[in-house]
Design a protein around this ligand. Structure first.
Ligand code: GLU
Length: 553
């Protein structure tokens, strides 16, 4: 039933602009053929899901590939869930990942774009104007049911084996007369505003989803709440108004919203507005006990985007990884065009993985290893330093006091060398890999060294260390250094390699040249495996080398 202006003013107050005034402020966008306007619309809850960055990347790409517009809209009408500072966190996270929006809030009081405000709590009057319009047109009505009444109704519905919700004969306030409404207002009863759904649940409708193709749904018949008693709109209504006024052409969002699609389309239809194209992105999954499940905000630390910052995955790596999840042929593109970035790749919505891409840390680590291998020692140092500043004060201090030494360490097997090291993949794992360079961290005991070298008799290990101490010359070139080790080994009963041992079954070898080198390696690093030993010894410098060679003396 359409309500009179007086009753609508009593419900919603006066001094609110009219719909016509608002529409005039949001002229349609001047788009060229094919240009897309997308948005992400996160709620500031203090947590940013990896899936939200994934959806943001897809939305950003779709907009910018087409020469269109990418917007950020903060959906903060659910004041109970809002967390202080969360909007800033979202803005910063997008900037960190290089996902640049053309329109949206920049901070608490500034924004870019002509279709704002882009923070829903600043659009109160806009929603209220449309609510007034809907009440006058009979598209919405006030509902005075208390929470207890709603709960009791739900219980009855479930008991009777029916669908819970405010619809059809259960929609008690749907047919209140204007007099009844005014009497309730006189009595000071609180109310919400509900949408008067024209739909029938038994009707099936087909909707084209840009990710999933044609899908069939029952028509929406729920009289959902569109404005709460605090006079703030609910998400469904706010998204309708915003995407209409802001000229959104594509809503690409998580598939938890797929079930709301019939409602959303219906909301656009009752207004006679063109709905945007909707695409529902399948959630990122993980493998647990050989079964796939959705990445969970509650259970999985890696669902939180902050996890990647803390661990120290470079932002480019996270983005490239998400590109891989989105379009699996991105991997081929990267292999064929190693110097190009994801911005040169055309992401296709139709090619999204609709069964939910699987989070695979091995893949992520490999992408990261490849990326880190492209950094110079200076760049790696700078990035590690930035990371340490935020997450590891002790490391930052160590870098401050040993900056030149640190850069030399990071330069090992990097830059102009035959084989760039590819074992670094996250900043938090770098220091543990190199800490043997620092005497205060290097606590190898003679017993530990000997137990790592248990393949050789103790006396032989000692002999190698003692003899090498006399041969060692810090000025040797790499060739000289290696020739010395080899010469010493061959002269003392070690084979050139394992092949030589097999070839001469009658000769009693003590081991191989490589075994001799391993003795030195363990003494220098405390490990049997390491990057290039010559470089390590060069960086350690004669004083440390000599001291470490004397461990068994
Ligand atoms: N505010 C909604 C959310 O937090 C956005 C849904 C949409 O993109 O339409 O997920």
């Amino acid at each position: 039933m359409a309500l009179s202006d007086e009753t609508v003013d009593r419900l919603m107050g006066t001094g609110i602009p009219t719909v016509a005034e608002i529409e005039a402020k949001y002229p349609p966008r001047n788009l060229k053929e094919g240009q897309c306007v997308t948005r992400i619309a996160p709620s500031p809850t203090g947590f940013m899901h990896l899936g939200s960055v994934y959806a943001a990347l897809i939305s950003e790409r779709v907009a910018h590939q087409s020469g269109g517009v990418f917007m950020l809209r903060i959906e903060d009408t659910d004041t109970k869930r809002e967390v202080e500072g969360a909007a800033e966190f979202i803005i910063k996270a997008l900037a960190d990942f290089g996902l640049k929006f053309d329109e949206g809030p920049l901070n608490d009081h500034e924004e870019v774009g002509n279709y704002g405000p882009y923070v829903q709590s600043k659009r109160r009057e806009i929603y209220q104007a449309y609510i007034k319009d809907w009440l006058k047109k009979g598209l919405a009505y006030p509902c005075f049911c208390s929470e207890d009444e709603i709960n009791a109704m739900r219980e009855r519905q479930t008991k009777a084996g029916g669908r819970p919700g405010y619809y059809g004969m259960w929609a008690k306030c749907r047919n209140l007369t204007e007099e009844q409404i005014n009497a309730n207002l006189d009595a000071g009863k609180p109310f919400v505003i509900r949408f008067k759904s024209p739909g029938k649940y038994i009707n099936k409708i087909a909707i084209e989803d840009v990710c999933r193709g044609k899908r069939f749904f029952p028509e929406n018949d729920l009289d959902i709440v569109i404005m709460k008693s605090d006079k703030l709109p609910t998400y469904h209504f706010a998204h309708l108004i915003d995407d209409h006024l802001m000229g959104t052409t594509h809503v690409l969002r998580g598939d938890e919203w797929l079930s709301s699609l019939p409602l959303h389309i219906q909301l656009f239809q009752v207004m006679g507005w063109n709905p945007p194209k909707y695409g529902h992105i399948a959630p990122i999954q993980k493998l647990e006990d050989e079964a796939r499940r959705k990445l969970s905000k509650r259970k999985d630390p890696e669902a939180n985007i902050a996890f990647y910052g803390e661990k120290g995955y470079p932002k480019e790596v996270v983005i490239d990884y998400l590109m891989n999840l989105a379009n699996s042929d991105f991997e081929d593109f990267k292999r064929d065009n190693p110097t190009k970035t994801y911005l040169n790749f055309e992401l296709k919505i139709e090619r999204l993985n609709n069964s939910g891409p699987l989070l695979d840390f091995v893949k992520l680590e490999n992408i990261s290893k490849e990326f880190m291998a492209t950094l110079s020692a200076e760049e790696l140092y700078a990035r590690l330093y930035e990371w340490a500043k935020k997450y590891d004060a002790a490391l930052k201090q160590k870098m401050d006091t040993n900056s030149a030494y640190f850069k030399q360490i990071l330069n090992i097997e990097r830059g102009n060398c035959e084989r760039v090291r590819k074992d670094f993949y996250m900043f938090s794992a770098i220091y543990p890999e190199i800490k043997y360079f620092f005497d205060d961290e290097f606590s190898l005991s003679a017993e530990e060294a000997l137990s790592q070298l248990a393949n050789l008799p103790k006396e032989d290990v000692k002999f190698i260390a003692d003899t090498y101490l006399n041969l060692y010359n810090p000025n040797d070139t790499k060739d000289e250094w290696f020739a010395k080790i080899k010469e010493f080994a061959l002269a003392n009963g070690y084979a050139k390699n394992a092949k030589e041992i097999t070839k001469n079954p009658d000769v009693k070898y003590k081991g191989t040249v490589s075994d001799v080198a391993t003795v030195l390696r363990v003494l220098m690093t405390g490990r049997r495996e390491s990057p290039d030993l010559y470089s390590i010894m060069q960086v350690l410098g004669p004083e440390r080398v000599v001291q470490r060679l004397k461990l068994l003396a």
